[in-house]
Every structure is written in structure tokens, then in C-alpha cells.
Design a protein around this ligand. Structure first.
Ligand SMILES: Nc1ncnc2c1ncn2[C@@H]1O[C@H](COP(=O)(O)OP(=O)(O)OP(=O)(O)O)[C@@H](O)[C@H]1O
Length: 307
């Protein structure tokens, strides 16, 4: 397996506080890798470490198979990035901003400027200045700048921020196209579960600087766990019976009402019988599945956000 990015025990400490803590991540060549985590989880800090904008407190980073050292900068030509807030030369036009970026990157190809503007849907405003752009337009211009040189690796921090639903959809299509047609590897961060779910091949869940889980989206989709959902007139008493009489430990009370039993190997006829014998009325007992969204919420405590 060829990896574009690997980190080992990557840690960044500010004021004796680990903002990134012991992170070992692996981005495969040619995949879309999603970083999922709430605000302040440490996603941008990891991206800045990869771009050598800040130095790790400890741990190692390998990019394109080479270790990153304090003075490694050559590898940056192979990466396009957008981290945190888009910053432009506000007095230059969108076109001029991209042209300047190409010169800086040593990429002399005027056609690439039109292509990038076209890709992000900004062709009609190329002679306007970023200072007159909406937040969404600035975001698009920033993505254009990140991809203009058709880099091998694209790092995008919350790229759909400020976009309307149509904009989000076209951005998602663009990422897929860059990945499939141009073979670019993408690292995309988001706090929106549905967004990562729809686009990523591999997802890593970040919580308070820790990488909680790094896994393929396909295996996550398979892992959606089944459970029984039990609604009774006395959930507290029912919990005691499940635990003490049926030796079931893997259950939880949801909203003080329903009980979710994850040990589905105990047949629900056994469960119903035990409850009825203890004078508990069962309103319903059903087999259900956790959604991917619930799984993420459970793992990293993100708020439920609509797709
Ligand atoms: N230069 C710094 N000095 C001190 N603390 C910092 C610094 N940079 C980041 N932090 C802290 O590190 C934590 C992680 O920040 P980071 O920006 O990486 O999170 P994030 O997951 O990208 O969230 P967001 O989506 O809000 O940008 C935050 O608590 C932030 O306050």
C-alpha cells in the first residue's frame, strides 16, 4: 500500500495543553480522506503541521514517503491547501490572485487559471476583487487556488463553509472529479457528518486532539449495529431486570424512555417473558439499526447536524 501521508505519535502542545495528542494517521494514495470532528478538535492544527506551518512538539510526519524536517519545503509544491480563513490580495482581481499564486508556485500555465475558475463556478466574476466577494465566493476562490496546479495532494479545511446547498453539491462533485479524473488525493475536514459520509473513502474521527478511530467508510457502513428497542411503562425497573435476571449488560436508556439492548443474541421472547412476569407492560419491542450518524455521535460527541 502506498501512503501519501503518515504521521506517528504526532503531538502539538500549547501552554502545556495537547491540542494534538499522539496522532498516528495514514492517508493512502488516491483516496479521499475525511477528518471529522467538532470545532476545536484539532483538525486545522494537524493540517498546519502537515504543511510545516508549525512544528510538532513530538512525533514524526512522512509525506510522499519522506520524513518532514524543519527545513523541508520542496514537498509543498506537490500540495494544494486551504487552511482556516481565505486570505487574498484584496486589491487584485480573482484572476490576478490566481496568476500570482501560479507564479509563486512556478506553474506557468494560463489555461490552468481559466480551468480552476471554471471548476469552482467563478468564471463570470474573474475580474472582480475578493473584497467584493461573498463568503461562499471567497471560499470557492480559495479552493480554486488550492487545486490550480493539479497537485498530488489537496488539503482542504472545512471547504464547504459558507456555501449554499447547491454550492455544497457542486463542490462535492468537483472533489470527486479531481479524485477520479486527476487522481488527486484529498484530505478534507468537516464537522458535518453527512458531508464526510458522502465523500470520504477513509474517515478519521478527531476528538480533543485525539484520533479516536481511523477506518474505511465501507467497513463503517457494514458495522452499523443492530439493537432491540424496548418501550415499557417502567424503564427503570425493566433495566434492573435486564441486568440482574437476564445478565444483559450492554444496554442503555435513551431519553429516559426507551431501552436499547445491544446484545441481540438474547432472544426478545426471553426478554418479554421476564418483563411480563415482573408486571411490566411492554408497549413495543423492535429490532433496529444505529445509523452512521448515531455511531459518530456516540464516538466523538458531535451534535446531530442535518445533511
Ligand atoms: N497558536 C495557538 N495557541 C494556543 N492554542 C491554540 C493555537 N492554535 C490552536 N489552538 C487551540 O487548539 C485547539 C484546536 O484548534 P484547531 O483550530 O486545530 O481545531 P479544529 O478542529 O480545526 O476546529 P475549527 O473547525 O474550529 O477550526 C483549540 O482549542 C485552539 O484554541
Amino acid at each position: 500500500m502506498e501512503y501519501i501521508v503518515q504521521t506517528r505519535h504526532l503531538t502539538k502542545t500549547y501552554d502545556e495543553h495537547d491540542v494534538v495528542s499522539d496522532v498516528s494517521m495514514n492517508i493512502k494514495k488516491g483516496e479521499i480522506y475525511g477528518f471529522l470532528g467538532s470545532n476545536g478538535a484539532g483538525k486545522s492544527t494537524i493540517m498546519k503541521l502537515l504543511m510545516n506551518l508549525i512544528k510538532p512538539t513530538s512525533g514524526e510526519i512522512e509525506l510522499f514517503g519522506e520524513p518532514i524536517k524543519e527545513h523541508s519545503f520542496d514537498y509543498l509544491k506537490r500540495i494544494g491547501s486551504m487552511i482556516e480563513y481565505p486570505i487574498f490580495y484584496e486589491k487584485l482581481t480573482a484572476w490576478e490572485n490566481l496568476e500570482l499564486h501560479c507564479e509563486y508556485m512556478g506553474y506557468h500555465n494560463k489555461q490552468a487559471i481559466s480551468d480552476a475558475l471554471d471548476w469552482v463556478g467563478l468564471t463570470n466574476v474573474e475580474h472582480k476583487r475578493p473584497q467584493d466577494f461573498s463568503l461562499g465566493m471567497r471560499q470557492r476562490l480559495c479552493v480554486a487556488r488550492a487545486i490550480i496546479t493539479k497537485p498530488e495532494l489537496v488539503i482542504l479545511d472545512e471547504p464547504i463553509n459558507g456555501l449554499d446547498p447547491e454550492g455544497i453539491q457542486s463542490m462535492r462533485r468537483l472533489f470527486q472529479r479531481l479524485n477520479k479524473e486527476y487522481g488527486m488525493t484529498l484530505l478534507i475536514s468537516s464537522h458535518i457528518i453527512g458531508e464526510i459520509e458522502q465523500i470520504a473513502d477513509t474517515v478519521s474521527m478527531i476528538k480533543q486532539g485525539n484520533l479516536i478511530e481511523e477506518t474505511s467508510m465501507a467497513s463503517l457502513k457494514e458495522k452499523n449495529t443492530e439493537f432491540f428497542e424496548l418501550v415499557t411503562n417502567d424503564p427503570k425497573k425493566a433495566s434492573v431486570i435486564l441486568h440482574d435476571q437476564l445478565n444483559i449488560e450492554n444496554f442503555k436508556l435513551v431519553d429516559g424512555q426507551a431501552i436499547r439492548i445491544f446484545s441481540t443474541e438474547v432472544p426478545h421472547t426471553h426478554i418479554s417473558k421476564a418483563l411480563i412476569l415482573n408486571d411490566i407492560q411492554i408497549t413495543s419491542i423492535n429490532t433496529k439499526q444505529t445509523t452512521l450518524e448515531e455511531y459518530f455521535i456516540q464516538k466523538i460527541g458531535l451534535n446531530k447536524i442535518k445533511k
